[in-house]
Design a protein around this ligand. Structure first.
Ligand code: HEC
Ligand code: HEC
Length: 336
């Protein structure tokens, strides 16, 4: 008898949660372009965002219950990982790449340093099943979630019934990650005429426009494309980036162009985390650019960039105003 009460109570509670959960509009500044993500297929809702967030912080997704998404994508570092150059997964297995920060994902449709994934809704499957990250499989994850009363209720509130499927899980993971919008740095406030450049920031902005903007394009500071920025090939990792995915010679050593936002929180830099400091990154662009002779390689940096030490300081001053404290310290994005 008592059991029935609990089931009915659970159903009513879940249904109320589902009915109460309202559709959420993605908040983004006016100077941002239209998102690339098709929200009509996965409308943002409070309950689904909460489900995605709960999953993001839960080591239940990994085979041994030790690693969550946040183990590698820390909310205190714009969802990057800063204590290692290469990522560490279950059993402390070292991966081959530096974990990138996560924000403004709604404006992207290629993911991973080599572009191996072309839709956010498919992205989460990769770390869940990668032997060097969470080492799990979808069947096993669904079974663990089904055994949890908390998740039964969260799925009910999100989808109107408590069935847990791989698709529902992946769509919810996207929901939370789509809400990670970084658009309130000093740069953004300047774009909205609410603030102004200092003299040095303005000089840095002009130098950025000449030397960096073809790849790190405003206002998101990405260009949804791949390039080589002249890094030398790491002789132990032998990572050929996009070329390793497409097996096309011209794509060798091409990596996804990362954003320049929030760099103060996301060190180390580059796909293999080889640089700890932004000045080292600039020294790379002025002194260490490697030229590889691949046919069709027209959008890569082919010569060292000409910048004086003062000009580097100006660029660094500009990069500092791309840090978005409001985003990094947003408690809504953290585990509660
Ligand atoms: C063991 C560390 C680790 C874990 C755990 C992990 N990631 Fe990642 N993540 C990475 C690394 C490293 C990359 C870059 C991989 C590559 O380029 O091959 C990445 C890439 C990504 C990207 C692509 C970002 C971009 O700009 O292209 C997204 C999105 C992402 N992870 C989300 C997640 C989610 C969601 C989870 C949990 C289901 C998760 N990650 C778990 C290390 C991790
Ligand atoms: C030809 C395109 C191109 C140009 C021009 C370019 N970059 Fe890059 N940048 C890239 C690519 C590609 C990467 C990632 C490379 C990798 O990890 O293999 C990158 C990485 C970076 C990173 C590391 C970001 C991170 O999250 O790890 C910084 C910082 C950076 N660039 C700053 C600059 C600055 C400053 C300029 C101008 C002086 C500039 N870039 C010009 C393509 C470019």
């Amino acid at each position: 008898m008592k059991k029935w009460y609990i089931v009915i109570f659970g159903l009513v509670f879940g249904l109320l949660g589902f009915l109460e959960s309202s559709i959420v509009e993605l908040e983004c500044p006016d100077h941002f372009p239209e998102p690339l993500y098709d929200f009509s297929k996965n409308e943002l809702r409070d309950a689904n965002i909460l489900l995605g967030k709960t999953l993001f912080y839960d080591p239940i997704l990994s085979i041994d219950g030790t690693i969550s998404c946040a183990s590698c994508h820390s909310p205190y570092h714009a969802f990057a990982h800063t204590d290692h150059d290469l990522s560490h997964g279950i059993d402390d297995i070292i991966g081959i790449r530096n974990a990138p920060p996560l924000f403004n994902l709604a404006w992207q449709n290629t993911f991973m340093w080599d572009g191996a994934i072309s839709h956010l809704d498919m992205q989460s499957l990769a770390p869940m099943t990668s032997p060097s990250e969470m080492g799990n499989n979808l069947m096993n994850i669904i079974a663990s979630l089904e055994a949890s009363k908390k998740y039964k209720l969260l799925f009910f509130e999100s989808y109107g019934d408590s069935t847990i499927t791989g698709q529902r899980l992946l769509l919810a993971m996207s929901q939370f990650q789509l809400t990670l919008v970084s658009g309130n740095s000093k740069y953004d406030r300047i774009k909205q005429s609410q603030d102004t450049f200092t003299v040095q920031e303005k000089k840095g902005y002009e130098l950025y426009k000449v030397n960096c903007s073809s790849c790190h394009t405003e206002p998101l500071f990405i260009n949804e494309d791949f390039a080589s920025n002249g890094l030398s090939v790491d002789s132990t990792l032998m990572d050929f980036g996009k070329g390793g995915v497409t097996m096309i010679k011209e794509d060798s050593l091409m990596f996804k162009v990362p954003s320049l936002r929030n760099l103060a929180y996301t060190k180390p830099y580059m796909h293999d985390g080889r640089f700890e400091k932004l000045r080292e990154v600039l020294n790379h662009y002025t002194d260490e650019v490697q030229v590889y002779d691949f046919p069709g390689s027209d959008n890569r940096i082919s010569v060292n960039v000409d910048l004086s030490s003062n000009e580097k300081s100006d660029i660094l001053a500009f990069l500092r105003i791309l840090n978005d404290e409001e985003f990094v310290f947003n408690k809504e994005h953290r585990e509660r």
